[in-house]
Design a protein around this ligand. Structure first.
Ligand SMILES: Nc1nc2c(ncn2[C@@H]2O[C@H](COP(=O)(O)OP(=O)(O)O)[C@@H](O)[C@H]2O)c(=O)[nH]1
Ligand SMILES: Nc1ncnc2c1ncn2[C@@H]1O[C@H](COP(=O)(O)OP(=O)(O)O)[C@@H](O)[C@H]1O
Length: 223
């Protein structure tokens, strides 16, 4: 029956969701690239982290981050509510578990803006589902210029971020992909290509084995 065939085909080609990670030293542009990707791609959802850092102008609670007090964050750690969490720049950041696991099972993809510590933890927990991408600035001077131009941090905070940048960059080789964010449009295009190619990987297409089996079970060519 035609209806059955259609639904069978859909099942056969279903794929498991992936965890697309963007990391970089602060100011290299990962939030910019992440926002462009979310706007351009209907199939990827942002993993909204919880953080104890203060909200920046223009940020929205529940959309950019869940802004929480330290006791609330600590209680979530106690309850094992995070897939991963870490201290960054004197604040706590963590990925709430609930939204991710259910979505992944339904084949939804998630975008993570997390640091190298979180990437290591996700790699340990779900390496097959993880696609780690590291964004590099074109130069250290340009990194400082971008942090200043962003206008969200006091000079002391900018210097702290610059000091940390080298330590963060030292983790570049733990990532499957590394992209230099010189021109934002060309960096975005590369990141998008990575996402598209990763979606096509054989291992992610959960129904492929039965699909190919059925394909091979058909009549031989010319029959
Ligand atoms: N491990 C981990 N890192 C996070 C999480 N959320 C954000 N981060 C990282 O924390 C760092 C600081 O983020 P943020 O305060 O937004 O400043 P930004 O680096 O200037 O965007 C960045 O490297 C983020 O990728 C999280 O849930 N887990
Ligand atoms: N390719 C680029 N060229 C020039 N400025 C950029 C580029 N990418 C991002 N920026 C700017 O640099 C600043 C830092 O970018 P942001 O995305 O906030 O970095 P991160 O999330 O890595 O801390 C922002 O003001 C952003 O508009």
């Amino acid at each position: 029956m035609a209806v059955d065939q259609n639904s069978e085909e859909k099942t056969a080609l279903k794929r498991r969701g992936l965890m697309f990670i963007l990391s970089s030293p602060s100011g290299a542009g990962k939030t910019t690239i992440a926002r462009k990707l979310l706007a351009a791609d209907d199939e990827i959802n942002l993993s909204v982290s919880a953080t104890t850092r203060p909200m920046r102008p223009g940020e929205v609670d529940g959309k950019d981050y869940h802004f929480v007090e330290q006791p609330h964050f600590d209680a979530m750690v106690e309850d094992h509510a995070f897939l991963e969490w870490a201290h960054v720049f004197g604040h706590s950041y963590g990925t709430p578990k609930a939204q991710i696991w259910n979505g992944m099972k339904e084949g939804r993809d998630f975008l993570f803006d997390i640091d190298w510590q979180g990437t290591q933890q996700l790699n340990q927990r779900a390496s097959e589902d993880v696609v780690p991408v590291f964004i590099l600035p074109p130069s250290i001077d340009e990194l400082r210029r971008r942090l200043i131009a962003r206008g969200t941090d006091a000079p002391k905070v900018i210097e702290a971020r610059m000091e940390r940048a080298r330590a963060e960059i030292s983790h570049w080789s733990e990532y499957r992909y590394v992209v230099v964010n010189d021109d934002v449009e060309s960096c975005f295009a590369k990141v998008r290509e990575i996402l598209h190619a990763e979606r096509m990987r054989r291992e992610r297409q959960t129904g492929l084995v039965s699909f190919v089996r059925e394909l091979m079970a058909g009549p031989p060519p010319g029959a």
